[in-house]
Design a protein around this ligand. Structure first.
Ligand SMILES: *[C@@H]1O[C@H](CO)[C@@H](O)[C@H](O)[C@H]1NC(C)=O
Ligand SMILES: *[C@@H]1O[C@H](CO)[C@@H](O)[C@H](O)[C@H]1NC(C)=O
Ligand SMILES: *[C@@H]1O[C@H](CO)[C@@H](O)[C@H](O)[C@H]1NC(C)=O
Length: 142
């Protein structure tokens, strides 16, 4: 009992020192707009492309508008025309997940990664041409 109480207070102190939470107006819960989404699949791989935009908002994430393209066999985030944005597609069983990451700096010089994803059903080659991607997580740069 004594030990766990001590460990608890140590970890509380460590968190206080090393994990200062970023003080930003977080975009988590808002949505990026994807449109002109295309998907072209061969037996080897699927190539995708889409426009993605984010307007001004009451968060600290700056506006952007760019075009992303890539392949579902890159297995990593691929930079969009605006390299602050990167994307990937993960093909599952009758579904496809579009993953997007946005890197930005706030005026205090701190860097932030925002990530989000959207999954659609992929049956008979039908896919949506426009959708929103919910921003689900912000990570500060260590
Ligand atoms: C992309 O979408 C916009 C709005 O839906 C449309 O006006 C535009 O023509 C599309 N561009 C291409 C290259 O398909
Ligand atoms: C997509 O399909 C995979 C199986 O390939 C499954 O594990 C995953 O849960 C599915 N994702 C969603 C969001 O349905
Ligand atoms: C999609 O977002 C959810 C919620 O944040 C997360 O749990 C999941 O791992 C993400 N999927 C991919 C393929 O990144």
């Amino acid at each position: 009992m004594k030990i766990s109480a001590t460990l608890l207070s140590i970890s509380t102190v460590l968190c206080g020192v090393f994990a200062l939470p970023p003080k930003i107006r977080s975009p988590v819960g808002t949505q990026w707009s994807v449109y002109n989404h295309t998907e072209g699949c061969s037996p080897a791989a699927c190539e995708y492309g889409f426009n993605i935009a984010w307007g001004s908002s009451p968060t600290d994430e700056p506006a952007f508008s760019t075009y992303c393209q890539g392949s579902d066999i890159a297995y990593k985030l691929q930079p969009c025309q605006d390299p602050a944005i990167s994307s990937n597609e993960v093909s599952g069983f009758q579904n496809v997940t579009v993953v997007v990451q946005h890197f930005f700096e706030t005026s205090d010089g701190a860097g932030h990664y925002v990530v989000g994803n959207y999954t659609f059903e992929d049956v008979d080659g039908n896919y949506p041409s426009a959708f929103g991607i919910q921003q689900s997580e912000v990570r500060a740069v260590a």
